[in-house]
Design a protein around this ligand. Structure first.
Ligand SMILES: [Zn+2]
Length: 267
């Protein structure tokens, strides 16, 4: 009986600790600016990008652990969800890999207390964005009820539907600004800023890790202050493609954000 009670008390203590989802990408990692060399398997500096992404992710996990997180799930969001490895992930992190996106599998109402982005880039066409795009480099613009959104806004909108706020982001300066527009209380770490064309000015990797750890910890401690970003229905989700592929333009409608998103996914 004593043992049973102990298990029960432990479970209760665990249940009350906040849970976090980290969404990763690679285009927003510090030191990454070259799509021909740094983003895909087989490219000359791809392994370095993976190491940098892993270390930035682990820095965020460290910060969340310091803040008392009960569970930390990392969703591997770059290039078909195959950029991270359990071998090098911080021991407290759990790795979620596979398709489709987190919104399909992993979000239920308040399943997580907060979402964090690591290595995130800005939306297509963002001023001074580094490797900025929305899903693919062929997309000109994605909008939600007329408001332009990138991957940050789409995740924030789906998360908002499930009452989960985005609380922290590391990436380039334009990506940080994009999140602050939706979640003004978020902690952001600009690990680099665009300097025109394909160039970027990055802080050192060591500095990036220190700042990410501090920001993740601070956001997690303040998690109760955040309000999710809610897109009021009815929702019109519009995809517009660049010149050559204009014929692919589509509009998806839904009574709610989730319905519009599922219409896009073809559910
Ligand atoms: Zn990516």
């Amino acid at each position: 009986m004593k043992a049973l009670l102990f298990v029960f008390v432990c479970t209760m203590a665990f249940a009350q600790k906040p849970k976090f989802l980290i969404v990763t990408d690679m285009e927003g990692v510090g030191g990454v600016n070259n799509a021909d060399e740094q983003l895909l398997p087989g490219q000359r500096r791809y392994d370095e990008s993976r190491q940098l992404l892993t270390a930035e992710t682990n820095a965020a996990i460290k910060g969340l652990v310091e803040a008392g997180a009960g569970q930390i799930v990392v969703w591997d969001g770059h290039d078909g969800s195959r950029s991270l490895s359990v071998d090098t992930l911080h021991p407290f992190g759990q790795l979620l890999q596979g398709k489709p996106t987190p919104a399909n599998y992993y979000m239920q109402d308040r399943l997580y207390d907060g979402i964090l982005f690591i290595g995130q880039h800005a939306m297509a066409g963002a001023k001074n964005g580094v490797l900025a795009h929305s899903q693919s480099f062929n997309v000109e613009r994605i909008s939600l009820n007329g408001k332009a959104v990138g991957e940050i806004g789409q995740v924030a909108a789906i998360a908002g539907y499930f009452h989960i706020p985005v609380i922290m982001l590391s990436g380039d300066q334009a990506a940080c600004d994009e999140l602050l527009d939706l979640q003004p209380k978020a902690e952001t770490v600009a690990v680099k800023r665009g300097m025109g064309k394909a160039s970027a000015l990055s802080i050192s990797h060591e500095e990036a890790r220190i700042l990410i750890q501090i920001a993740a910890r601070s956001a997690a401690i303040r998690v109760k202050e955040f309000k999710p970003w809610m897109v009021q229905g009815p929702v019109v989700l519009k995809f517009e493609f660049k010149d050559k592929e204009k014929s692919l333009d589509r509009v998806y409608n839904g009574k709610t954000m989730l319905e519009a998103f599922e219409a896009w996914l073809g559910k």
